[in-house]
Each structure stands twice: as C-alpha cells, then as structure tokens.
Design a binder for this molecule. Sequence first.
Ligand SMILES: Cc1ncc(COP(=O)(O)OP(=O)(O)O)c(N)n1
Ligand code: TZP
Ligand code: MG
Length: 487
Amino acid sequence: MDSRFSPAIERLLARFDAWEAEQSLTAERILAALVEDEESLPATRLVQAGLSLLRLRDWLTAPKVGISLSRGELLHTATQLCRESGQDQLTSDVLLLAVVELAPALCGQLVRLGFRPEQLRTAVVPENPLRPESLTPLQLSEPTELIATARVLDVGANRANESLRILDDYCRFVLEDRYLTESIKTVRHDLVATLNKLPDSLLLESRETIRDVGTRISTTGEFQRTEIREVARVNFKRLQEAFRSLEEFSKLLSVDVAAEIEALRYRVYTLEQAIVRGSDLRTRLRDLQLYVLLTGEQCVASLDWTIAEAAAGGAQIVQLREKNLPDRELFDRARRCADACRNAGILFIMNDRPDIARLVDADGVHLGQDDLTVQAARQILGPDKLIGVSTHNLTQLRQAILDGASYVGIGPAFATATKPHEPVAGLEFLRQAVTESTLPMFAIGGINLGTIQAVCDVGVTRVAVSSVIAQAEEPKLVAMALREALA
Ligand SMILES: Cc1ncc(COP(=O)(O)OP(=O)(O)O)c(N)n1
Ligand SMILES: Cc1ncsc1CCOP(=O)(O)O
Ligand SMILES: [Mg+2]
C-alpha cells in the first residue's frame, strides 16, 4: 500500500481504476463518488463553497455526456496540489479540487448552481500552507515530555470531536438547521485537517487511556441536564476547553498548528452565540407568524386604533417604521406604540433605532444591511431583546445567522410601493432561505391577500406586511384573512 494514501482513498482509486478499464471514468462520476456520503470532506467543502448538495445531486442524476478523465492525470494534478498545500497524504478534498481544475467545463456548470471555485481552492490550498519542515522531528521511543504532550493532544482532540458530534446532532435534530449543521461539521473536518499536520500517528501512538486518571473522575454536574438547550451550552463549554488545551500544548510542537486551532476556537465562539443564544430567542418567536410594519402617515386611521385592530385580527408583532420624524417626535410615537402593543398583548419592535428601542423598553429592534450591526445593537439592548435583520440573498442570511440575529426579514418577495426603489429578491430566494435554515424568517414586500398563497407555496410560514393593514378600512379582517392563509 502507498503511504500517501489512506485506506479510504485507496478504495476510491480502485473504483476509478475499474471505471477507467471500462472507459467510463468521467469527471461527473468521480464527483458523484466523492459526495456519496453527505458527511464527507468533499461534500462539506462544496457546501462551504456555496453549492447545495440537493441541487448538485439533482444535476448529477440528469442525463449528460460525461467529461473523460484519466486516473493518471487526476493523480498527477492531485499530487501537485498536495505539494502546494504542504501535505504529505492525499485527501479527498484535494481529489475534488483536482477534478474541478482538470475539467473547466464541469466547473462552469457547478458555478451556475452557485459554486464558488475560488473558495474551494482557498480551503484546500491555503495561502500560507504549513510546511512539514516547520514541525519538530519526533522520537517516540521513550516516555519523554513529547509523549506527554502528545497524550494531552490526543485527549483534547477526542474531547473536541465528541462535543462537535453532539453539537452536530443538536443543530441537525433539535434546531433542524442545515446551515448551522454544516458549519459545525466544517469545524470538525477542519480540526481533523489541522491535527493531521502533526507528525504521522503521533496522537494514536501516545494513547494510554488507562493511565489517564481523569477518565474516572466525574462531578455531579456532569450528569445534570434539565433542558435540551443545556446540552448545547455545556458542550460548547467543553469544546472551548478542549480547544484551549489543544492550542496551548500544540505550541510545543508547531506554532502554525496552534494558530490554526486558535482561529477554530474563535469560529466556535461565533457559533456558540448563534446556537445557544439563538435557541432562546427562536423559542420566543416559535408561534409568531404575522408581523405588521406601521408608519403613522401611511395609516388611514390612528396608529393606536390600527395596532389594536390588527392585534385583534391575529397580528402578533408590530414594528414602528418611521423615516421622516425628528427624534423627539419619534421617541414619543415609539412610546405610544410600545404602550399600545403592551395593551394588546403583542410584541413591539422598533425599526432602525436600538437607542429608542431601549428607551421605550421595546421587545427588540429591526436592522437593515446599512443600519447598525447586530453586535452594536446587542451592546445597547443587552442579551434578552430580539434583533431582526433584513436579508436579500443567501450570503446575507448566513451572515445574519452567525451574527446572532433572532430572526430575519427575507425579501422583497415582490415589488412594493412602500419601498419603491428596493430591488426584488423574489420567490426563489425565499425558497432557498427556508431550506437553508430554521431561524424564524418573515417574508416581506408586496404581500397581500392576492400574493400570500404564492409565498406560502415556497415553504414560508411567516410574513411581514405593511400597506395591506395600514391602508385597510378593516385591518382586523385583513389580519384574520392573512392568518388564515398562513394556517
Ligand atoms: C421584518 C422586516 N424586514 C425587513 C425590513 C427592512 O429593513 P431595512 O432594509 O433596514 O429597510 P427599512 O425598513 O429601514 O427602510 C423591515 N423593516 N422589517
Ligand atoms: C420595509 C420593506 N422592506 C422591504 S419591502 C418593505 C415594505 C413592505 O411593505 P408592503 O407590505 O406594503 O409591501
Ligand atoms: Mg432600516
């Protein structure tokens, strides 16, 4: 067996041999084999680079003339890429990059499905690859400090991996969130890739669980979990401890590996914010489907009356969206709206202004792409208030999730006179958004009794509306009809 190949890669290459012998080795076939397992490294890399596996599989199963490749040229390119990335062993993501680079026509097709080739290259062949010569040569024959270091790293890697698996399950089965699941999975793969940069089998050779007194120590807290969310919270803590330890001890072997682990630790911190805090706020919004944006001048009647009527018809959130009021009047109006919403038993969200949201004790604030950041608004509002973010494409949606948004607006679904110059994102974006994540999402823009069915048909379950309520003679009846359509 060639030491550059793991058993999994050997098995793949044997399949390629067989296909080549029957003259059916094509770029598409190799790609399909690499993503057969949705947890595989190539599958994760493609998702990271913007490709949806569902769309890719649909495309792969459609009939097409394949692009022939030879096993020899594939291995040649892959070996060169390995050299560029400073790794000794051929990994499956390097094979993937080799296929994409050898078959530009295939790459072009994937780009049409959302794939960003430069992102794959950066992930597989980083700018400043860790060169093997930066690692200290090892002698593992005697129980030295080196062996002790390796044991600590082995334990840390196992702990981190266990926690990541649990968090993967949490995102997948509790939150049912595809993007967060992929993000956790990517951390797991990247940790493996980073630790693989340590000398061959160092961690395994040093394993000595029997001598590890820590395996027999447990505290009562270890077994107490009162809520499912606790599982995520506790495992993020464990994960961060494991990363901290890995980072400190790997400094003894390679500063480059330590730096990569530090970067992973920061990514995990961002995910913790999104997953643990997000879980609380998601729960608060779980059953809320109808969100109404109001501007005083747009309402045919008074704001107070419109809020009371809309709430009586089933509106569950009101946002005050004023664009032309001086601050004192805005503050005054916000206070009255907050009171009206409290009286009606619904949530009150302030548009654009975390400062005023805080002053009137609103339930939260809504921010657009050019407004203050989520992080800045959090500083003003503290940990318990809702922060909504407007998103118009998948990149903005993913960023809002990582920023810790409590919900997102997705749209505009249709052109609307309420915000006439806003480019329409359309129904296809709405469909993609609800497939990508389970963060509460309110479709917005041109939604009324005539268009709401089309919005529901793409899988949306929550809407935010303005003119259809503000300009209705009977907002209560309109709200009831919108709720009915969402039911
Ligand atoms: C629920 C919801 N979604 C989107 C928006 C739009 O916010 P933004 O892009 O900041 O535009 P303005 O409303 O501030 O003009 C929203 N307000 N609410
Ligand atoms: C604030 C905003 N942002 C995107 S569309 C929109 C207005 C939605 O109003 P309407 O429901 O009247 O189309
Ligand atoms: Mg705004």
